[in-house]
Design a binder for this molecule. Structure first.
Ligand code: ADP
Ligand code: MG
Length: 581
C-alpha cells in the first residue's frame, strides 16, 4: 500500500456534499426543510433546469440574524440542536451540513431578515468562497438562490437524469412534504410557469383538505381514515380500498414526525395488511402519519434523513396492519368510484361512436328530442317501484352471458361479476372458519381418486395443513391419492384441478406456515375453485342468495386480486347516458 494521508479539505467537502446533495431535488429538499424549520407559512420554490441549473426558495419564516448569516454556511453550524443531543430531535435539520454543501457546489446567494433587523442581510458565495456580504432589500424571511449547481463537479452533473425526471422528482417531493405540512402554502414554478399552488390552512381538518388537493376527491371517496393513539406513538392513516389501486407505490407517503420517510419495511407492512385483497403487482395508495416520541426514534441513520430506526417497531407494525385490516373489513361493500366513472366514460365513448356511425350519417338529428316531458316518464318510474330499501345490492333481475348478475335497487343498477363475487365469499368463509378451527366439510358421494404422480409426496408431507383447510384425503396406490371430503362452501368443483393448484402453490411457497401470509395464499387459491364459475347459468334464487351473501361478507367489494366484484350505476347516471338529464 502507498503512504496514508489525510484527504485535502476540498475533497473532504466534496465527499460530504455528495452525501447530502446528490441531485437538484436534494437541494430543494434541504432548502424547503430549512424554511419549514424556520416556521414559514408560505414557501415559494422556483427552478430552471438545463445549463444554468437554478433553484430558488423563498420563505416568510423567522429569518437569520445578521451576525449569524455568514456562520450559517459554515460546516457543522446549526441553530437547531438546542439541548446539544441527538436523541431528542424536533426539527427537520440538525446536522448543519446542507447550506455548507450547497454553497460549496454552486453560485449561492442568501438574503435574510429577522424581526430584529431594519434591513435584510445578503451574502454571495461562489463555490465555497464568500465574495460579498452586505445589507440588502428584503422582507422578513429568507431567500436563497442557487445557480450553476454542480458546475465544478462535472461527474455529479453527468449523472443527473433528464430535466424532465429531475423536475418530476422535485414536484413529487414538494407534493409529499406538503402532505406533512398542510398549514403551509407551497407554490412551485418551473421556468416561471406555476406547477403547484397548494394553499396552507390553519383549521383542524387541514390534513383532509390537503389530501383532497393532492390525491383528489376520488381518493377520498375510495379510502378510509382512521387514527390510533398509543402511549409511545400515534398513527393517522388515509388508505385506499383495494379496488382503488395503482401499479406502483409512487403515491404512498409515509410521514414520521413531519419527515418523509422512504422505508421499504413500512411498504412491506402495508402490503401485508392488504394480503389477499390485491394482486401482487397492484398497490394501494396510503398516506400514513406516524408521530413517535423523539427519544424512541433515531433519524441519524442516513445523511438525507430518509431512513429511521424505531424502538418497538413490531408493535407499531402490528398496529398499522390492524388498523388497515379492521377498516377494510368494515367497508365491506364499497368499491372504488373510479371503476364506476371509468365504466360510464367507456359507455359514453362507445355511444358517441355508435351515434356517429349509425345514425348521424343518415341525417337524423338525435338531439332534437321534442317530446321530452313525455319521454321522461321512464320505464323504471312506471314499472319498477321499489318499496324494499333494505338490501344494498337490491334484487336480481337477470343474468347476462352466464357471467354477470343484473340487479336493481331503488335508485341504481347493479352489475355483479358472479365468479369474482363468489370467490370472495368463499375465501372469507374459509378464512373465518379456518382461523376458528371449524371449516364445514362435505363428504363426497363418490370419493375421488386423483392421479397426481409427482405432486403426491409433497401433498402427503403437508397432509396435516391441508386437512386443517377442510380436506380429507389419503394415499392411494402408486401414483394417486383419494379425496373423501372437501370444504362444503366450495360446492361441486373439479377436485383434480384444485389439487393440482394446491400442489403448485405449496411447491412455490415451500414451507406452509399457519402463522404467516402463506396460508392466506393457499386459501385464496382454493377459493378460486368455487363452484360459481363464469359461464354457469344461475336461477334468480341463486343470484339473490349471492347478493345477500355479498352483503354480509367482509371485503366483498373486491375479488382476491383487487378488482371490483360489482359495479353500481346510479339510475341518474344511466339517465344521463341517454341524455335525459
Ligand atoms: P441545519 O438545518 O441542519 O441546521 P443547514 O446547513 O441547513 O443546517 O442550516 C444552517 C442554519 O442556517 C440553520 O440551523 C438555521 O439556523 C439557518 N437557516 C438555514 N436556512 C434558513 C431559513 N430558511 N430560515 C431561517 N434560518 C435558516
Ligand atoms: Mg437544514
Amino acid at each position: 500500500m502507498n503512504e496514508i494521508k489525510l484527504l485535502s479539505s476540498e475533497i473532504i467537502n466534496e465527499i460530504a456534499a455528495g452525501e447530502v446533495i446528490e441531485r437538484p431535488v436534494s437541494v430543494v429538499k434541504e432548502l424547503v426543510e430549512n424554511s419549514i424549520d424556520s416556521l414559514a407559512t408560505k414557501i415559494n420554490i422556483n427552478i430552471e433546469l438545463g445549463n444554468s441549473l437554478k433553484i430558488q426558495v423563498l420563505d416568510n419564516g423567522l429569518g437569520i440574524e445578521k451576525k449569524y448569516i455568514e456562520m450559517a454556511i459554515k460546516k457543522h453550524t446549526t441553530s437547531k440542536l438546542i439541548k446539544k443531543s441527538l436523541d431528542n430531535i424536533g426539527t427537520l435539520g440538525f446536522r448543519g451540513e446542507a447550506l455548507h454543501a450547497i454553497a460549496n457546489a454552486s453560485e449561492f446567494k442568501m438574503i435574510s431578515k429577522n424581526k430584529n433587523m431594519n434591513e435584510a442581510a445578503e451574502i454571495v458565495v461562489l463555490y465555497g468562497k464568500l465574495t460579498r456580504s452586505r445589507p440588502s432589500k428584503g422582507n422578513l424571511g429568507t431567500l436563497i438562490m442557487v445557480k450553476n449547481l454542480f458546475n465544478k463537479l462535472p461527474v455529479r452533473r453527468k449523472f443527473l437524469k433528464s430535466d424532465k425526471v429531475e423536475s418530476l422528482a422535485i414536484k413529487n417531493f414538494i407534493t409529499k412534504i406538503s402532505l406533512a405540512y398542510p398549514n403551509i402554502t407551497f407554490i412551485f414554478s418551473q421556468d416561471n410557469k406555476e406547477k403547484l399552488n397548494l394553499l396552507g390552512r390553519q383549521e383542524n381538518n387541514n390534513i383532509e383538505a390537503r389530501i383532497k388537493e393532492i390525491y383528489g376527491e376520488n381518493f377520498l371517496k375510495s379510502s378510509f381514515y382512521d387514527e390510533k393513539k398509543h402511549p409511545d406513538f400515534q398513527i393517522k392513516i388515509y388508505a385506499s380500498i383495494p379496488t382503488y389501486n395503482k401499479s406502483n407505490w409512487q403515491q404512498t407517503t409515509i410521514i414520521i414526525n413531519g419527515r418523509i420517510i422512504k422505508d421499504k419495511l413500512f411498504l412491506g407492512v402495508i402490503k401485508a395488511a392488504y394480503a389477499g385483497l390485491l394482486a401482487g403487482n397492484r398497490f394501494p395508495v396510503v398516506a400514513l402519519y406516524i408521530n413517535i416520541k423523539p427519544t424512541n426514534l433515531d433519524i441519524n441513520v442516513h445523511p438525507a434523513k430518509t431512513e429511521v430506526r424505531i424502538l418497538n417497531r413490531n408493535l407499531l407494525n402490528s398496529s398499522i396492519i390492524k388498523i388497515i385490516r379492521n377498516n377494510l373489513e368494515k367497508i365491506g361493500l364499497r368499491y372504488s368510484v373510479e371503476a364506476e366513472k371509468e365504466l360510464i366514460k367507456k359507455i359514453k365513448k362507445h355511444n358517441e361512436l355508435k351515434f356517429n356511425k349509425d345514425l348521424l350519417d343518415i341525417g337524423m338529428n338525435l338531439f332534437d328530442v321534442k317530446n321530452k316531458e313525455e319521454d321522461n316518464k321512464c320505464l323504471y318510474e312506471k314499472e319498477n317501484k321499489f318499496e324494499d330499501n333494505q338490501n344494498q345490492l337490491g334484487f336480481a333481475k337477470a343474468q347476462i352471458n352466464n357471467m354477470f348478475i343484473v340487479a336493481q335497487t331503488s335508485d341504481s343498477l347493479i352489475l355483479v361479476d358472479q365468479h369474482a363475487a363468489h370467490e370472495r365469499i368463499v375465501l372469507e368463509n374459509l378464512k373465518k372458519n379456518y382461523f376458528n378451527n371449524k371449516i364445514v366439510k362435505q363428504v363426497l358421494m363418490m370419493p375421488e381418486v386423483i392421479n397426481i404422480e409427482h405432486g403426491k409426496t409433497l401433498l402427503l408431507k403437508n397432509k396435516a395443513t391441508i386437512s386443517s383447510l377442510g380436506f380429507v384425503f389419503e394415499d392411494y396406490g402408486d401414483k394417486s391419492i383419494i379425496v373423501r371430503e372437501i370444504p362444503a362452501v366450495l360446492g361441486n368443483i373439479n377436485i383434480l384441478q384444485l389439487f393440482q393448484d394446491l400442489y403448485e402453490q405449496i411447491r412455490k411457497i415451500g414451507e406452509v406456515n399457519p402463522m404467516d401470509s402463506s396460508i392466506e395464499k393457499i386459501l385464496s387459491s382454493i377459493a378460486c375453485h368455487n363452484s360459481i364459475r363464469a359461464g354457469k347459468k344461475l336461477s334468480l334464487e341463486e343470484m339473490n342468495s349471492i347478493l345477500r351473501l355479498m352483503e354480509s361478507t367482509p371485503n366483498s367489494g373486491q375479488c382476491n386480486h383487487g378488482r371490483p366484484t360489482f359495479i353500481e350505476l346510479k339510475l341518474k347516471d344511466v339517465e344521463s347516458l341517454f341524455g335525459r338529464i
